[in-house]
Design a protein around this ligand. Structure first.
Ligand SMILES: [Fe+2]
Ligand SMILES: [Fe+2]
Length: 235
C-alpha cells in the first residue's frame, strides 16, 4: 500500500514500507505544469507507485523523471515509467547520463553542476555530489522556490515512521550507520570532498528535507546538515 502525503505545496511523498527491508521506499511527485517524479522505485514496486501517481496526475502528462544515482530503488523502474508516460524524459547529472544512460530506452537529459531548470512554478537546481550519498554519478536536486532539498539516501531511517517531522532525524540516521555489521556498513563513504559538498548543501538553507528512506524533515535544514557532518565524521 502506498501512503501519500503532501509535505510541501504540490510536493507529494509516496511511501511504501517494506517489511523485508525494514524501511520505507519513498518517491516524490512534484505536481506542476511539467510534473516531475523523483526516484522511480525498483521494478517490483512499479505497479503500486504508478497507481499512486495516477491518483495525482494524468500519467500521460508526466514530463520529468529524476534520480540521484544508479541503483534499483532510485531508477530501477525508469524504463517502465518511460513506457507508461510517453512525454516523460529522464533527467540526471552529466556523469549518470553519460555512464549509465545506455540502460534507458530513451535519451537522458544531463545536467551540469548548478544547472537550473523549471517545471512551471517550481525551479530545480542540480548539485553534483560525487560519492554522496554514494556512486560517482551521485547528485541531488534542490527546489528553490520552497527550498526543498531532495536528499536521496542521506538521513536514511529504518522503520515505518511518520511522513514528516519537525524533530531531528539524526539519532535515527546514526542507528542506520552504526549497524556496521549489516548490509549498510560503508553505506555512505566519507571522502576528502564530503564535508565541502555537505557545507554547500547546508548553505542552501533548505526548509524541507525530502528523504528517500524514512521521515521527511521540516525546519532548519542548515543545522540538520551541519549535524549530519559531525555524525558522518565520527563513523
Ligand atoms: Fe542509494
Ligand atoms: Fe535509496
Amino acid at each position: 500500500m502506498v501512503r501519500i502525503d503532501e509535505i510541501e505545496s504540490d510536493v507529494f511523498r509516496l511511501s511504501i514500507f517494506s517489511t523485508e527491508s525494514g524501511f520505507q521506499y519513498n518517491a516524490f511527485l512534484v505536481r506542476d505544469e511539467e510534473p516531475l517524479l523523483y526516484h522511480t522505485g525498483p521494478k517490483s514496486l512499479f505497479s503500486q507507485f504508478s497507481q499512486a501517481v495516477a491518483s495525482l496526475i494524468d500519467l500521460k502528462q508526466l514530463r520529468w523523471i529524476s534520480y540521484s544515482h544508479f541503483e534499483s530503488d532510485e531508477c530501477g523502474a525508469l524504463n517502465e515509467w518511460l513506457t507508461i508516460a510517453p512525454q516523460a524524459e529522464a533527467v540526471t547529472g552529466i556523469v549518470g547520463a553519460a555512464v549509465n544512460g545506455d540502460f534507458a530506452i530513451r535519451p537522458i537529459r544531463s545536467l551540469q553542476d548548478n544547472e537550473v531548470f523549471s517545471t512551471g512554478k517550481k525551479r530545480f537546481r542540480y548539485l553534483r555530489t560525487p560519492h554522496l550519498p554514494h556512486g560517482w554519478d551521485a547528485g541531488l536536486l534542490f527546489e528553490e522556490t520552497d527550498r526543498t532539498l531532495f536528499t536521496s539516501d542521506l538521513f536514511h531511517q529504518n522503520g515505518d515512521v511518520e511522513p514528516l517531522t519537525e524533530n531531528s532525524l539524526i539519532d535515527r540516521f546514526k542507528e542506520v550507520l552504526q549497524n556496521s555489521q549489516g548490509p549498510f556498513s560503508n553505506y555512505i563513504p566519507y571522502t576528502l570532498h564530503t564535508e565541502q559538498m555537505l557545507r554547500k548543501l547546508a548553505d542552501l538553507n533548505p526548509k524541507t528535507l525530502a528523504v528517500m528512506h524514512g521521515s521527511s524533515y521540516k525546519g532548519d535544514g542548515k543545522s540538520a546538515i551541519e549535524e549530519l557532518i559531525k555524525v558522518m565524521q565520527q563513523m
